[in-house]
Design a protein around this ligand. Sequence first.
Ligand code: FES
Length: 618
Amino acid sequence: MTNISVTFKPLGKRIMVNSGTSIKDAIEKAGISFEFPCGGKGKCKKCFVQILEGIEPPTLLEKTNIEEGLIEEGFRLACLTKIYKDSVIDVMEEESESDHKFFYRGSSREVELDPHLYKSCINIDKSKLKDYPSHYEFLISGLKERLEVNLTSLRRLEQVLQEADDKITLLTDGKEILNIEKGDTRGKMLGMAVDIGTTTLAGYLIDLVSGQELEVVSMLNPQTKYGCDIISRVTHVEEENSLEKLHKMIIDGINNLIDKAVENSGVSSEDVCILSITGNTFMHHFFLGINPSGLAHYPNTPVIDKGLKFKGKELGLKINPGGIVFLIPVACGFIGADAISVIMDTELDRADKIKLVLDIGTNGEIILGSREKVLAACSAAAGPAFEGPQISCGMRAVKGAIEGVKFKDGDIELSVVGNVKPKGVCGSGLIDIVAGLLNKGIVNPSGRILSAEEIDNLTEDSLKQRIKKIKKTNAFLVVDKDSTSHGKPIYITQKDIRELQLAKAALYTGIHILLDNYKIKSENLEGIYLAGTFGGYLNPESACTIGLLPPDLIDKINVVGNAAGSGAKLVLLSRKELKRAESISNIIEYVDLSSHSQFNSLLPRFLEFSDPTSRKND
Ligand code: FES
């Protein structure tokens, strides 16, 4: 097979590949961070690159999947296109970790320190060592209680005794010596709460002696290269037998987070003694290296739902050799440890009045409850439209994403992540645009983009001029091609609006069913809590305008940030909180929306962009 060279711009990376290699495989071989939202199936049309040299005439597949104008300019989909000669390919821009936007803010709820592990320092007199039958007997002679010892500690014991002067420190859970360190290291006791999101891994490094948060770090979940959504990744596991690879990606990702956090804080990863892990049930299984395939198929039963404890070493985590890992329990296949963590942080399980929590990420989780009862549902249709893969110019909230839009003085004002030329629109930006178009009458309540002649009472010609025809349907031009980073215009198309309507209707239908099940009206809710990155950037007014949230509750909307991460912090700091997580997992009632008798009949009612609470007979 002929070898050809591929040079990737603007990075200047050059690699050799076999002729006939797909651009996707070449990108992966070059180690370039590039997203394939549909897992490289040619469905999402998000993996555009521009071939500058070495281009071949378009194949039929490319012709049917890419607009004509773009084909002529050398744009191709990386997952559908193969290269046969030396090529120069513009991947537009490599996404770096710093491009990744993560809503750091979470609550800093006070919790009494009730550590899972502790360190005790003992004074030793090495001249007496010879008087004991073994080093172990010498060691425990300094203890008030007799403790068991693990193999890691035994292997280290002789060396630590040799190197120590007159003090050694034991890491213990009260029953067993987990590790032995020379000197007095009691002040070096750290933990990390880790939230394994489908899109983002986030870690909170905490000093377990003072309870102080030292560092917050995040990164893109490395699994995203096998698809933005969970099902693409499960399919990859089923088709490519790649469970081990995807499991390792999570472990390596967490090790990277630990490295980054300890380096930034000037401490050592050996000081990290405890990890608490939260995430949805799929991520929970991937973390453990358990095949999550069963979760994707009826009856969607997890392999294990209980809270778990493992040694960090067993899982390949680079923490203290005696360090332990707690996994927060999951409620069921669709309601994971992340939902339990969110309930803990928002104190839904302790509330006298009923609260509604929405965690809109890759899936939309809806949780309703109080100390009496907690109902939870998952609206799988919500995520993709809000996060981007099904929206023509949609993208996640990373550098270049339009995250906020204001209609002002006949023009639109954009906020772009990273203050750079825009590349696409993320969920919060999309909701702002559609809310603005509704307010201006450019989109009517049924969701149709009107042509300029059909719009009443709009005097702003500059906005009317933004209405264009794409494949015979109206679209709204958000940014023209000269002002974007990739030279392609950014539109909101009629199909995008239909996707948004479907997503918001699915979410609102879920809310409606839960309220109904709880026998409560929305006006009687104590508050609505928006969790997650998307919730953090969402403009509540726009969300109410499009009917995603009940408009009469606009003053009761609270943004709680990464509540899942905050819940994991509680578990990290306190044994009582771990027990609380376990008790919450037992009281959650899962409401399966996909098989709910009312779901399909209710959904069409909420498709329109009118105020859903004003509808009759709900
Ligand atoms: S079309 Fe290429 S990754 Fe989706």
